[in-house]
Design a protein around this ligand. Structure first.
Ligand code: GLA
Length: 708
């Protein structure tokens, strides 16, 4: 990093306090990172002096250059993309923020908050920058609160959650883009002068085309185990935008926040506009450490019950689609019981007049005719088999062919005077309106109160295109208000049903973001359950989310997406890199396959804690290598689970050695399959040779324990 080099060159032994040279210094630190702000005593403005490896000595910090203005405004002297753009109600478009004060407090043990207050000196507009640091996990969250005391509303055009400045010789951005059934592919590009944006306008499916997270490597391409890397993501389920702008001096600014596209916000006097949280870490040991730090933090602080063990499940969707009744559901539940699975999930089609995807959404009333009785009775019968019960909902949606729509057509988001644009034959309900949220919430609670429902699959199968609310005063705020409505709904559900596990879904992994994870700590990662594709999808997903959040199931072969046949063992190994389950009809399987499934579930339960809460290491890049390999290591380094899938096979193949990571140097590890004992260094430096076996897509799981 340029700044670091500069500062090392001029490092001289000084003993100074942080404010000795007249500048107020605001350090935000974790165990490994420092983000340093300084106030220029001449102009009273706030500057970001440094972001990088932790600076432990005051003398180091005092040496830092002033840097770049922290939360750049529009309409004054800056020529590049601003963090904030405001139009005052007298038509004046300028803003100049000066430092007023800052305060630090501990929010809870291990969580520190710094709030910096900035104010314009001409207009009564203020911005509070909040930084919440998690020292042990090396995570910093940042958000802004914008308010004013002008006489009439002011219009916010840009309102970033965060602006970070970086100084490298080169910048390499890794983005994660894809589409339905092939989500989260990776691409790394060098940034040159100008702007590169990663964003979405899909409304409420932040992960659909372009995932809401990035890696930014400085000086050289991102490596798994070395180099400076910034990882960032946003706790927002709506439209987001990350802007990377290289300026004329090769400085980089990274602006993160809500996508301001068609979203100008009219801010009333004294109302506080709060941006979503930008969550980031800075690693000097490559993207592997960045992911492990983020995953550890997310499990502990972001995911609801993030460290609690998860249920294995069988979902009826791929077994029956809409075609089920009580008898065949009970038959599937019996199979689940015999296989030792924890739960049966009843997917789409149990409500209203829903027997295909043209009707019924919005009518959350149990179809007792189809279920041959009440939902409560069905659940009791399933519970009596020793199987828990979960249920599918898609609360934000409505079909035109539904009682709800017939009664309240204005509750759907659509543009007046135009033919409604449908996605999967459905419209989106206007969750920016409280009465809509209340009505659907009531319906959902009435269903959830009918029996012992321990899990909900919360689906969301279309994007937001034609954004218009029939009651909004200002259309620019509809998407923001929609998100607040959605979060309010979810908040009420988790408070009323504190033990309920909600799994998010959106035509697969279309809606996978740190905001949703707060409510839905599990998210169905992709409708593509092909084991080989999943190795790549789950690899990409691992950069943005903890493994325990990844809904990952075994389905039947040939795979319904690809036609590919892989062994049950290979499908099991792949699905075990997440929250485990099955999407198939066990009745259609052979006795031999059923025996294997039983064994798989025993294996998974043995490893579940390690998979969910262990440290995740990527051992190969499945986009570039013949093998997909990943590893879980317990926090104490005593247990290790290595997983390998051969993705390619060709003649005269050379042996692939899988080099392990994160083991305790100086210790020995015993392979539980072979009983062989290896020194940690041999496993990490030489690796384990993968057998050259004939046949495609072989998978291996190696469990090792430290020899005490
Ligand atoms: C989406 C989900 C599937 C299933 C269907 C039901 O496509 O991704 O898993 O729940 O909806 O309609």
């Amino acid at each position: 990093m340029k700044i670091r080099h500069l500062f090392l060159l001029c490092l001289i032994a000084i003993s100074a306090t942080l404010s000795a040279n007249g500048k107020t210094v605001i350090p935000i630190t974790t165990d490994d990172i420092s983000l340093i702000y300084k106030v220029d005593d001449k102009n009273g403005r706030l500057y970001q002096s440094y972001l990088g490896q932790k600076l432990s000595f005051d003398s180091d910090i005092v040496q830092l250059p002033l840097g770049n203005e922290a939360y750049l405004t529009h309409g004054m002297e800056d020529y590049f993309e601003p963090a904030i753009r405001v139009l005052h109600n007298d038509g004046n478009p300028s803003l100049l923020l000066k430092y007023i004060s800052h305060e630090n407090k501990q929010l809870q043990p291990g969580v520190d908050e710094t709030v910096i207050l900035l104010k314009d000196d001409k207009y009564p507009v203020e911005v509070k920058l909040h930084f919440i640091a998690y020292p042990k996990e090396n995570i910093i969250k940042e958000y802004a609160e914008i308010s004013h005391q002008e006489k009439k509303p002011v219009t916010l055009y840009n309102y970033a959650s965060s602006l970070l400045h970086l100084n490298g010789s080169k910048y390499f951005l890794t983005e994660f883009a894809g589409d339905w059934a092939h989500e989260v592919n990776m691409k790394e590009t060098e940034l040159a002068f100008g702007k590169k944006m990663l964003d979405t306008k899909l409304g409420s499916r932040a992960n659909m085309f372009c995932s809401p997270f990035f890696l930014l490597a400085l000086d050289r391409k991102a490596e798994e185990n070395a180099g400076d890397v910034l990882f960032g993501t946003i706790g927002w389920t709506g439209n987001y935008r990350f802007t990377f702008e290289v300026d004329n001096e090769n400085g980089l600014r990274v602006l993160s926040g809500i996508n301001p596209y068609a979203s100008e916000y009219s801010l009333k006097p004294n109302e506080v506009f709060r941006t979503p949280e930008f969550i980031f870490t800075y690693s000097t040991e490559g993207k592997g450490k960045a992911s492990r730090d983020f995953q550890r933090w997310a499990r502990k602080y972001q995911l609801k019950d993030g460290e609690k063990s998860r249920m294995t499940l069988l979902n009826n969707w791929e077994a029956t689609y809409f075609d089920f009744n009580k008898d065949n559901l009970i038959a599937i539940a019996k199979e689940a019981a015999e296989l030792n699975l924890d739960m049966l999930v009843l997917d789409d089609g149990w409500f209203g007049s829903r027997n295909d995807d043209n009707s019924g959404l919005g009518d959350w009333k149990v179809n007792e005719e189809k279920l041959q009785g009440s939902l409560g009775d069905l659940i009791s019968r399933i519970n009596a088999l020793g199987v828990k019960f979960g249920l599918w909902f898609e609360p934000e949606m409505v079909n035109e062919d539904s009682d709800l729509y017939r009664e309240h057509p204005d509750w759907a988001i659509q543009i007046p005077g135009r033919k409604p644009v449908k996605g999967r034959n459905q419209l989106l309900l206007d969750f920016s309106r409280k009465e809509v949220v209340d009505a659907v919430y009531e319906q959902m609670c009435q269903v959830l109160d009918q029996g012992n429902i321990e899990y909900v699959k919360w689906d969301m199968n279309r994007s937001m295109a034609e954004v218009y609310s029939m009651t909004a005063e200002e259309q620019g705020s509809v998407q923001y208000d929609y998100m607040l409505g959605l979060y309010d709904f979810l908040e009420r559900i988790i408070s009323r049903y504190p033990d309920l596990l909600i799994e998010g879904c959106s035509g697969g992994g279309g809606r996978f973001d740190a905001g949703m994870l707060y409510y839905t700590p599990q998210i169905w990662c992709s409708d593509n359950t092909d084991a080989v594709d999943r190795v790549r999808i789950q690899y990409g997903t691992s950069f943005g989310y903890p493994v325990s959040a990844v809904g990952s199931h075994v389905s039947a072969v040939p795979n319904h997406q690809t036609g590919r046949k892989t062994s049950l063992h290979t499908r099991g190994v792949c699905a075990m890199a997440g929250t485990f389950g099955y999407e198939l009809d066990p009745a259609k399987m052979t006795d031999e396959e059923r025996r294997e499934i039983r064994e798989q579930i025993v294996e998974y339960k043995k490893y579940a804690q390690l998979v969910q809460n262990g440290l995740y290491y990527r051992l190969s890049n499945p986009f570039a290598e013949e093998i997909g390999a990943w590893e879980f290591v317990s926090e104490d380094g005593k247990e290790v689970l290595v997983n390998v899938v051969m993705l390619e096979i060709h003649g005269n193949m050379t042996v692939n050695y899988v080099k392990m990571k994160g083991l305790c140097v100086g210790q020995f590890y015993k392979d539980s399959n072979t009983g062989k004992i290896y020194p940690a260094e041999a496993l990490m430096e030489v690796g384990i040779p993968m057998p050259l076996e004939f046949g495609e897509y072989k998978a291996y799981q190696i469990y090792l324990e430290m020899v005490e």
